[in-house]
Ligand binder design. Structure first.
Ligand code: ADP
Length: 302
């Protein structure tokens, strides 16, 4: 059983040719609202790819919050530990996607800020009973630390996708069984700019030295630097025509955990995650782009 603890957002997405500079207005096209938030994306990726998954999160006491909860249930996510918080709006992300498929994002945490250690305490049994807990950094850091501590005490594996990028206390890093930064996040955590495989190997070493056994540094279209207790190698990504990379990392993380909890080897699990993420980058948006199990299996058999 998997527990994801994290954020829920409504993503407002606008496609534009080039990102506007300060003071500039640009005309976009294909405005869409879709459900996102790193926590929710990873929960959906886990649910659709076949995991037994419960999600600890907060929505606002508003219509969007209600719709998100219903959608998550459709995506095979157990929503019993998602509360609607009074006097809060559901989290919002404003996303621009440019002609190259790159994105820039601004976020209002809204109800995500109510995911406090006290809130976690109401659902701690779920963490205690789980095989693994998967978290990101769009939730209050105290809560992430509290959940890691609780998980550690009860032999629940702790996996952190340290996004968005920020520095983290050694205390938290030491409690992680696995970490999955992208290049920017790895640099923020280690001070090592990750441009090639050698850099990735050095950054992974630095994270091992903080006490983390398994380090996966995602390298976009190049794949993942997989480092287990110091033994590192590149697991290449699949070649596809990328439309936008929104939720690529989230899809990778959710699917990776599904595969690991099914007992697949790390190498197989990374391949499974790559396949799921490759499908996601060929489709626009966050959760709408996340594939179901049948699609991932079909992709791997092509
Ligand atoms: P993030 O989205 O968190 O920045 P990355 O860009 O490193 O993370 O991508 C995460 C994963 O998504 C990669 O490991 C890979 O599996 C997949 N991916 C990302 N971009 C592409 C791409 N252009 N083609 C194929 N797979 C991709």
């Amino acid at each position: 059983k998997l527990v994801v603890l994290g954020s829920i957002n409504a993503d407002h997405i606008l496609n534009i040719e080039q990102f506007p500079r300060p003071g500039e207005t640009v005309i976009g096209k294909q405005y869409k609202v879709a459900f996102g938030g790193k926590g929710a994306n990873q929960a959906v990726a886990a649910g659709r790819s076949g995991a037994d998954i419960a999600f600890i999160a907060c929505v606002g006491a508003d219509d969007v919050g209600e719709r998100v909860r219903r959608q998550l249930a459709t995506d095979r996510v157990d929503t019993q530990s998602i509360e609607a918080v009074e006097n809060c709006t559901t989290g919002v992300a404003l996303i621009f996607v440019n002609g190259e498929g790159e994105n820039v994002i601004g976020i209002d945490a809204g109800a995500n800020a109510a995911l406090t250690p006290n809130y976690l305490a109401r659902y701690q049994q779920r963490v205690i009973d789980a095989d693994a807990v998967l978290m990101q950094l769009e939730s209050p850091l105290d809560t992430v630390i509290a959940a890691a501590r609780l998980a550690k005490q009860h032999q629940t594996r702790v996996i952190l996708n340290p996004a968005p990028a920020r520095e983290l206390p050694d205390e938290l890093l030491a409690m992680l069984d696995m970490i999955t930064p992208n290049e920017t996040e790895a640099e923020r955590l280690t001070g090592i700019a990750v441009g090639n495989e050698q850099d990735a190997a050095r950054a992974a070493q630095a994270l091992h030295q903080k006490g983390i056994d398994t380090v996966l540094i995602t390298l976009g279209s190049r794949g993942v630097w997989l480092s287990e207790r110091g033994e590192g190698k590149l697991v290449p990504a699949f070649k596809v025509e990328a439309v936008d990379t929104i939720a690529a990392g989230d899809t990778f993380n959710g699917a990776l955990l599904t595969a690991l909890l099914e007992g697949k080897t790390m190498q197989e699990a990374v391949r499974f995650g790559h396949a799921a993420a490759a499908i996601a980058v060929t489709r626009p948006g966050a959760q709408p782009s996340v594939p179901w199990r049948e699609e991932i299996d079909a992709f791997l058999q092509r």
